[in-house]
Design a protein around this ligand. Structure first.
Ligand SMILES: Cc1cc2nc3c(=O)[nH]c(=O)nc-3n(C[C@H](O)[C@H](O)[C@H](O)COP(=O)(O)O)c2cc1C
Length: 171
């Protein structure tokens, strides 16, 4: 390791790094899949990004500490449910540990059975394309098989640890 890199590493504060990253405003999504026994699985993410239009590819990253790591890394399909401004409760529900996150929630089965949540701005049904190592996260790249928009345009936005909404112009 070069002395420059070693000095940078020694001075690096992960919590401070997180605060800098947190100033990048993002949308919020819930990624879902179905476990081999049929149980619905999902978690809130903001690491979603588009990758390629042709072929249609997207990515998101999953913390390696997640108990759902094996399920998502091994799942043939997953769905990305992009949340609307009025879905903060949905966002919180899928970020809370230790409860049935789908309790009382009616979902439709997308590709491979991955649950599609109600009231979302858009949904992407994906086949797993690649799983790439990314430090303490796994990067999941999906090939979009089908997608749809729910009709709304106002996105839930996450920035600096807080939620806001972006009212977009109607057209
Ligand atoms: C706005 C927001 C964005 C999040 N983004 C991610 C993400 O991109 N990747 C990730 O692994 N966890 C992310 N999380 C954390 C997970 O949602 C949360 O830790 C997870 O649901 C806990 O479940 P687990 O038991 O699967 O770890 C995010 C949480 C919130 C509130």
């Amino acid at each position: 390791m070069s002395p420059d890199l070693a000095a940078a590493e020694a001075a690096f504060d992960p919590r401070d790094f997180r605060r800098s990253l947190g100033l990048y405003a993002t949308g919020v999504a819930v990624v879902t899949t179905v476990a081999p026994g049929g149980t619905r699985v999902g978690l809130t993410i903001n690491s979603f990004a588009s990758v390629s239009l042709d072929p249609p590819l997207i990515l998101w990253s999953l913390a390696k500490t997640s108990p759902r790591l094996g399920l998502f890394a091994g799942a043939d399909h997953f769905a990305v449910n992009i949340l609307a401004k009025d879905q903060e409760e949905m966002c919180q529900r899928f970020a809370r540990p230790g409860e049935d996150r789908f309790a009382g929630l009616e979902t439709a089965p997308g590709a491979g059975g991955a649950p599609l949540l109600p009231g979302c701005l858009a949904q992407l049904e994906c086949a797993r394309d690649q799983v790439v190592e990314g430090g303490d996260h796994l990067i999941l790249i999906g090939r979009v098989l089908r997608h749809r928009r729910g009709g709304g345009l106002d996105a839930l936005v996450f920035c600096n640890g807080a939620f806001t909404g972006i009212p977009t112009e109607r057209h």
